[in-house]
Design a protein around this ligand. Structure first.
Ligand SMILES: Nc1nc2c(c(=O)[nH]1)N[C@H]1C(S)=C(S)[C@@H](COP(=O)(O)OP(=O)(O)OC[C@H]3O[C@@H](n4cnc5c(=O)[nH]c(N)nc54)[C@H](O)[C@@H]3O)O[C@H]1N2
Ligand SMILES: Nc1nc2c(c(=O)[nH]1)N[C@H]1C(S)=C(S)[C@@H](COP(=O)(O)OP(=O)(O)OC[C@H]3O[C@@H](n4cnc5c(=O)[nH]c(N)nc54)[C@H](O)[C@@H]3O)O[C@H]1N2
Ligand code: SF4
Ligand SMILES: [Mo]
Length: 675
């Protein structure tokens, strides 16, 4: 028996340090590392089960070649050599005939390791192919909005919550997606610190809060501006802080805030005037209030404005300067490693981009040259991209050569010409840095890759060598690549770390010291952003009714709310039968009044539909959501659902900033399932 200390590589802000017990080559137990302060000795309810993910009978054991129609899922095993020979021959022929732009290849976020995620992208960067504009399905909107406000730098240290005296979870379901911060918070709450949750749905986190505010979807900017209005009205602004560390507040106060008096804000947000007043007073009187920002509020047409308005609040009361105060969206931008070593080893500085959330359109409509080959690792776009029907029509193209690298036969893999078995993170070694806490850690593999599975890193290097690429990173060992990421003129904590010590150091705290820094063009917190003005985007936060949302709302009675499932947040956990059962059949949630109006009852199969199509799910009736909203947790594959997947009803419209996904600008109706 051996116990291996490694790192959880799932797409999750916590980046836990794990103790993995291995008996005879099998993982028999996974626990959180008690020596990593943030992990604090426990792994979440999903990753406790990752032994079952690794040893799942559903794992792919060998490379496969398609033997049936695309999407049918019929394959025959082939050797790695045969699979790689075929891929390289096809790619070389396509490049010779149409040029490298006819190929699109990428790895996305299911393996958070800096090498296993980065080097696949480095391979396609070096080949000069079309490039994925990645993350638009997830965080580019909130990231752009944060950057325009605070700059590309991490927010408050979640461990500093011990010094907070008020915490607002604003559009984040902490118990589902940030459970170690939640535990920290619970400890602080025992001392009387209050937790306020602002969310359109009564999430688990909302139910545990001291005060829950059920806000209308997409109205957060109005609430934040309403709070600023009251703070200014009541003399609760920190004028010295505003003068020294921010730009544009006076103009906002003159031109925008007058329109956000409490009565109007109440009308927009669906909250009572008294509650808005109370929230503003609480916030204005707190010494070090912390706002944990979630991404939920940004997944709609004006998501960027919402995030900006909320992220600016700590500037109004000077909370950014206080330990325990400020705002936390993400932390990763404060870690100054040389990521280009793996992501951009060589290749043209710019090339044609394919927005991840418009993959279907790119596959079907791109010309000069059309996309002729697609490579996907660590992503399941046939389920998790909006307009999933279009993605699948693209994947159905007979003249598209598709390769999917995945530990499982994902929905996307069913459309591939060649499927390659991927090793999971527990079978790979890598360097990690958290995006929701200030830690870096090296994670060795716990067990050898199962069957013939290969890591993303091994595959990227093998393909690069066969394609004739000579960049050193395609031959180096992980420890050599790690050293290269630390080389050069680094800043912050990274500059003080000796890379040779990293593989055995365990968790390394890399929290920046002092108050919140700003890395905007002005070096200050930007209530007014010149950068946005230049892009033709409103430079000061504002709230306006979106015209297209208003038209769709007039046509369809319900609005989609999307949030992670507790046991099945993404499809990455769908290989564990126990977790599928715990989450239950893919479902939607309606308020009792909305269900009653349609004569629908709890547990029955229902049809969700709009102009883009229909999907079939099981109905749950609950006042977790308000009237007019249908919640669909997680993105579940069709194989588990009554029919289809929710992204078939969402379109590829962009957010106001960052060209991100607008799942929640989707309007629809629900009826009984027929047939
Ligand atoms: N354990 C684990 N953790 C994860 C993940 C995982 O797979 N496993 N996935 C990670 C990933 S990739 C991501 S992107 C994050 C996502 O995690 P979060 O940043 O928390 O974002 P969401 O889960 O999309 O939404 C959070 C909440 O926002 C609410 N919300 C929706 N619309 C609005 C709105 O208009 N206003 C307000 N105020 N609230 C709104 C939703 O109801 C939901 O409860 O979680 C990460 N964390
Ligand atoms: N409607 C709607 N759609 C959404 C969202 C939403 O809230 N609502 N959320 C969006 C967000 S925030 C995100 S981040 C995306 C997530 O979407 P995806 O990135 O597609 O995430 P997963 O479902 O985790 O699927 C990743 C795939 O990678 C595979 N995989 C796991 N580990 C490895 C590995 O080490 N190597 C390789 N090669 N493969 C691996 C898994 O088996 C799985 O098939 O979905 C987005 N889609
Ligand atoms: S909480 Fe997040 S980082 Fe920790 S074990 Fe679970 S998925 Fe992994
Ligand atoms: Mo995400």
């Amino acid at each position: 028996m051996a116990t291996i200390r490694t790192v959880c590589a799932h797409d999750c802000p916590d980046m836990c340090s794990l103790l993995v017990q291995v008996d005879d080559g099998r993982i028999t137990r996974i626990e959180g590392d008690p020596d990593q302060p943030f992990t604090a000795g426990f792994a979440c309810a999903k990753v406790n089960r990752d032994g079952e993910l690794v040893h799942s009978p559903e794992r792919l054991k060998t490379p496969l070649r398609r033997a049936g129609a695309k999407g049918e899922g019929r394959f025959e095993p082939v050797s790695w050599d045969a699979a790689l020979d075929e891929i390289v021959a096809r790619w070389k022929a396509i490049i010779a005939e149409s040029g490298p732009l006819a190929i699109l290849g990428y790895a996305y976020s299911a393996h958070q390791g800096l090498m296993n995620r980065g080097l696949v992208n480095g391979l396609f960067h070096a080949l000069g192919t079309s490039r994925l504009q990645a993350g638009t399905v997830c965080d580019t909107c909130c990231e752009e909005a944060w950057n325009a406000t605070v700059g590309p730098i991490g927010g408050a240290d979640p461990e500093a919550v011990v010094d907070s005296d008020l915490v607002i979870s604003w559009g984040a379901d902490l118990m589902a997606t940030n459970v170690h911060f939640w535990t920290r918070l619970e400890a602080v709450r025992k001392r009387g610190v209050k937790l306020v949750v602002i969310d359109p749905r009564r999430s688990r986190t909302a139910r545990q809060a001291d005060w829950y505010l059920p806000i209308n979807i997409g109205t957060d900017a109005a609430l934040a501006l309403g709070i600023m209005h009251i703070l200014a009205r009541d003399g609760l602004c920190d004028r010295a802080y505003l003068a020294g560390h921010t730009v544009g507040f006076e103009r906002l106060e003159r031109e925008v805030l007058p329109r956000f008096a409490p009565a109007r804000v109440a009308e927009i947000t669906g909250l009572a005037v008294a509650d808005i007043e109370r929230l503003a007073a609480m916030y204005g009187q707190a010494r070090a209030p912390l706002i944990r920002l979630g991404e939920g509020m940004t997944r709609l047409a004006h998501g960027g404005q919402a995030l900006r308005a909320v992220a600016l609040l700590p500037g109004v009361v000077g909370a950014f300067a206080k330990k325990g105060g400020g705002a936390l969206l993400m932390t990763a931008a404060s870690c100054d490693l040389d990521y280009n070593v793996v992501r951009k080893p060589s290749g043209p500085a710019s090339t044609r981009l394919v927005n991840q959330l418009r993959l279907g359109e790119a596959l079907l409509e791109m010309k000069d040259p059309p996309l002729r080959a697609l490579f996907v690792a660590a992503n399941n776009p046939a389920v998790t991209c909006p307009d999933a029907g279009k993605v699948r029509r693209g994947l159905m193209r007979d003249d598209l050569f598709t390769v999917v690298h995945d530990p499982f036969l994902s929905t996307t893999a069913r459309y591939a010409d060649i499927v390659l078995p991927a090793a999971t993170y527990l079978e790979t070694e890598d360097l990690y840095r958290a995006y929701g806490a200030y830690y870096m850690q090296y994670g060795p593999r716990a067990v050898a890759p199962l069957g013939e599975a290969w890591s993303n890193l091994r595959l990227a290097q093998a393909l690069a060598q066969r394609m004739g690429l000579t960049d050193p990173v395609f031959r180096q060992s992980p420890s050599e690549i790690l050293a290269a990421m630390f080389a050069g003129d680094r800043s912050g904590h990274v500059a003080t770390i000796d890379p040779r010590t990293v593989p055995t150091a365990g968790p390394i705290n890399i929290a920046p010291q002092g108050g919140q820094q700003f890395r905007t063009p002005s070096g200050k917190l930007e209530f007014y952003s010149e950068t946005l003005a230049k892009q033709g985007i409103a430079p000061m936060p504002d709230w306006q009714q979106d015209a297209q949302e208003a038209r769709d709302a007039a046509r369809w009675p319900l609005r989609l709310l999307t949030a992670p499932g507790y046991f099945q947040p993404h499809t990455a956990y769908s290989g564990v039968a126990f977790l599928r059962q715990r989450e239950g059949a893919p479902h939607c949630v309606l308020h009792p009044d909305d269900a009653g109006k349609r004569q629908l009852t709890d547990g029955q199969k229902v049809r969700l539909f709009n102009e883009r199509g229909e999907v079939g799910l099981v109905l749950r009736v609950s006042d977790e959501v308000r009237q007019g909203v249908v919640l669909v947790p997680g993105q579940r594959p069709d194989s588990e659902a009554v029919s289809g997947t929710i992204n078939m009803l969402c379109d590829g419209r962009f957010t106001d900033m960052g060209e991100g996904a607008t799942y929640q600008s989707t309007f629809l109706d629900v009826a009984a399932w027929q047939g």
